[in-house]
Design a protein around this ligand. Sequence first.
Ligand code: NAD
Length: 469
Amino acid sequence: MTKQITMTINGREVDLFSRLDVIDPATGEVFGSVPNAGAPELNSAVKAAREAFPAWRDTSWENRQAILIRMGDVIAASAAELIGLLTKEQGKPTAQAEFEIMSASQWCHATATLKLDDKVLEDSATRLHFTTYEPIGVVCAISPWNFPFILSIFKIAPALIAGNTMVLKPSPFTPMTVLRLGELLRDVVPAGVLNIISGDDALGPMMTMHAGFDKISFTGSTATGKKVMEGAAKDLKRLTLELGGNDAAIVFPDVDIKQTAEMVFWSAFTNSGQVCIASKRAYIHEDIYDEMRDALVTVAESTPMGRGDQEGIALGPINNERQRRTVKALIQASEDAGDTVIRASRPAGAGYFEPITFIDNPHDDRPIVTEEQFGPVLPLLKFSSEDEVVRRANNSDMGLAATVWTKDEALALRVASRLETGNVWINEALALSPFAAFGGRKQSGLGVENGIEGLRQYTEPKTVSFVRK
Ligand code: NAD
C-alpha cells in the first residue's frame, strides 16, 4: 500500500473518508485509493480558484514565469517518485514514464518562455489603438488516463502563466501522479491558484455544468467531449477540446522497409497503442505490403511486453478493463467477419495484457478501421495510388493527425496538404513540441494546445482605442 495521497484545495491538503480504488493494470489488483470528491469539495475548489484569481491575474508576467520555472524544477527534482507512481497506476514501462515526467518538466520551462505581447494597431499623434490579451478567469481542466501527467501540464502551464486559476481533475483510472503534483506544488503556487481534486464518473459532469468556471479545457474521448460541450453551452464557457483520433499512417513503396517498419510499429504501439496520435490505420502500398506486414510482425515478436517496472520491458498492459473490452470487441468483430488476425505476441501476465495484434487487410467498413481502438491492435490496409489513399485516409469523422512515410519530398508535402488533419508527421511520429500548435480537425477537437496559439486559448483579446487630445 502506498501512502495516502490527498487533494489540494486552496493550497491545503483535503482528504475524505469516501475513497476511490486505484488498480495496478499490470496485476488487475487494487493498490491504493484516492479521495472521491463530490459537490462540497468541488464548490470549495471553485470558490478558492475564484478568490485567488484577481491577485494572480495582477501578478506580473515575470513572477508567474518564475513560478512556472520552479514548477518544472520541482517536477524534475521529484522525478523518481513520480515515475514510480505513474508506472504503477498507468502501466507504462519505466523509461516511458520517465520520458513523460521529464517532458512535463521541460514543458513548464518552455511554456515559461512564451509571451503574448500586445498588438499595436496604431500609435500615432492622434491615436493609440491596440489589442491586449487578458486571462479568462477560472479554468476547469479534465484529463485522461493515457498520459495523465503531461496532458495535465499541457493545461496547467499555459493557463497559469496567462494569469488564470484552475481546478483540475485527473482520470479516476490514473489520479495519483497528478494529485501528488498538487501536493508538491503547495509551497510553489499561491493558495487557490491550482486546485487538484479527484472523483468518480459523477465529478466530471458536475464540473462542466458548474457556473463558477469561465473556461473548460478537456482532453478525452470524442463521445465525452460532446457532453462537455453541452456543459459549456449552459453559460457559454470558453472551450478547448482535445479528443479522439483515428490516425492514418501512409507508407509509400520507396521506403527502407526494415527501418520504416520499426518506426511505424512505434507510431502505433507506443504506450501499447494508448496514444491519441498513435497510428490507428496503416495504409501500405501494394508493392511492399507483404514485406512490410512481415517486418512489422517481426518487430512485434521481438518487443518485450510485461510489468512496466521490470527491466527491459518496452510495452505494458492496457490501462483498464473498460478499454480492454473495447479493444477485444473490435478484434472479435474482425475475426467474426473472417479477417486474418495476426497475434504477434503473447499476453504477458495476469493484468490487463493483450498481445500485439495486426488485422491483415480488412475491409474499410470494419469497426477496427472506422473506430478508434486505443490499444495494441493495428489494421494493415493495402492501397495502390495516391488519390485512393488520400480519399480513404480522409474518409473519417476524426482528423487528429497522420503520418506519411516516403523519401519523395514533393509527394509527401502534397499528401500532407491534402490530409484533413491538424497534424502531419513525415518520416517521424508522435513528435509534439511545446512551441507547436497541436489540435484536431473534425470530431477530433476544437482549438489547440501548446505554442503561442495554445497560450492564446487561455486569454480573451481586448481591443482598446485611445484618441489623443
Ligand atoms: P474519457 O472521455 O472517458 O475520459 C476523459 C476524462 O473525462 C476523464 O477524466 C473522465 O473522468 C472525464 N469524464 C468522463 N465523463 C465525463 C463527462 N460526462 N463530463 C466531463 N468529464 C467526464 O477518455 P479516456 O478514456 O480517459 O481517454 C481516452 C480518449 O482520450 C481517447 O479517445 C484518446 O484519443 C483521447 N485523447 C485525446 C488526446 C488529444 O490530445 N487529442 C490526448 C489523449 C487522449
